[in-house]
Write a protein that binds this ligand. Structure first.
Ligand SMILES: [Mg+2]
Length: 120
């Protein structure tokens, strides 16, 4: 099954996502706590799928998405959004985001998004 990199500044969010992803048979190959580290981990780990939080310190998810997609147009990046982030979502779409999941996390939504990535 596909490998996943989780990029999120919240330790709790990373833990919840990891549990949901792993309990459904995917392999989480790494985690990162901001967009810059996420970009570096992406290059080093080459995961099949990235879950990318939008709001993070140092480098946010939009910028990290841009860097990843610039170097790897085929990268599959699922953005993690919170309520009230419509404008950020539009920006992420412009920069090539493949799908969105929302906080608080919902297992079915995550599985649907991961499934979509595998079909691409
Ligand atoms: Mg965040």
């Amino acid at each position: 099954m596909a490998t996943v990199l989780i990029v999120d500044d919240s330790r709790t969010s990373r833990r919840i996502l990891r549990n949901l992803i792993e309990s459904n048979g995917y392999t989480v190959v790494g985690e990162a706590e901001n967009g810059e580290i996420g970009f570096l981990r992406y290059k080093e780990l080459k995961p099949d799928i990235v879950t990318m939080d939008i709001t993070m310190p140092q480098m946010d998810g939009i910028e990290s998405l841009s860097l990843i997609k610039h170097e790897n147009p085929d990268a599959k990046v699922i953005m993690v959004t919170a309520a009230g982030q419509k404008e950020k979502m539009v920006e992420a779409l412009k920069r090539g985001a493949d799908d969105f999941i929302t906080k608080p996390f919902e297992e079915n939504e995550i599985l649907t998004a991961l499934g979509h990535m595998e079909k691409r």
